[in-house]
Design a protein around this ligand. Structure first.
Ligand SMILES: [Zn+2]
Length: 64
């Protein structure tokens, strides 16, 4: 998978209540705040909350 670091800098979790930073892990983009995992297709991240893999139930969304 090749996501340019510059692109990654611009991306944020698409969940409206989250908007956390994303990091590449395991060929997916993982939100640092809510733990949702977004798959990457054709080097393009699929940032659709409904298509995200749910985080482990132990992980709760961060509160600010
Ligand atoms: Zn998130």
């Amino acid at each position: 998978m090749a996501i340019a670091p510059e692109l990654l800098e611009l991306l944020a979790c698409p969940a409206p209540e989250c908007r956390g930073r994303l990091a590449v892990a395991d060929e997916r983009l993982v939100c640092a705040r809510c733990g949702r995992r977004y798959r990457v297709e054709m080097s393009w991240p699929v940032l659709i909350p409904e298509e995200a893999e749910a985080p482990p139930s132990a992980v709760q969304p961060a509160k600010e």
